[in-house]
Write a protein that binds this ligand. Sequence first.
Ligand code: TYD
Length: 213
Amino acid sequence: MFISFEGIDGAGKSTQVKKLKKHLSEKGHQVLTLREPGGTVIAEKIRSLLLESKHDITPIGELLLFSASRAELVQNVISPALKQGNVVIVDRFYDSTTAYQGYGRGLDLEMLRAVNTVSTFGLEPDITFFLDISPEDALIRKFSEKSIPLSFEENELDRMESSGLAFYQRVREGYLQLAGSEKKRFMMLDACNDAENIHEEIVQKLALVCSGL
Ligand code: TYD
């Protein structure tokens, strides 16, 4: 079983990934959790290039770096783990590329579909949980959790987070479009709800989709 979590930064994905891992592990499943970009030595190096660098990266360069990181992770970690019968939960997968590089940066969606197929070797999540939140609410949440005042300095943000509110609005719109066009795979959740309620919804949905979970 391959499960992905999606949503804009600050939607609360990592909390839900942890809760779901605990739940499934307690039920006796072998669960591997990963986050993108990253997860192998090379993919972690690409992650620092993408997020820590203050240098500009072209949208195509950015797309290819995220995709290179994904290819490393799929071939070396995700596919072998799935073959061994593990449940794999990823914090972001190729829908992030569609939302951020496609809707956010404006790259051609058809071209992205082709690149996504290459970087994943055709692997698709069985189910995708999309935590929906407005960029304004996500920002407030992110900064209140870190106790950082909202009037932040730019250098407190990583390279992607410095892309601005309008960018995040386009990314959210992209996710909403995906949720509308991929109704079977996408499960949309209101990220403003209580984390425990969201977790319960996720557990119920999973039980419906896969009777063994
Ligand atoms: P991360 O710190 O992992 O953020 P989050 O906790 O929100 O997941 O940073 C990953 C950043 O990279 C995030 O801003 C989303 C972005 N991203 C893309 O733009 N395209 C992609 O394909 C992926 C996987 C991530």
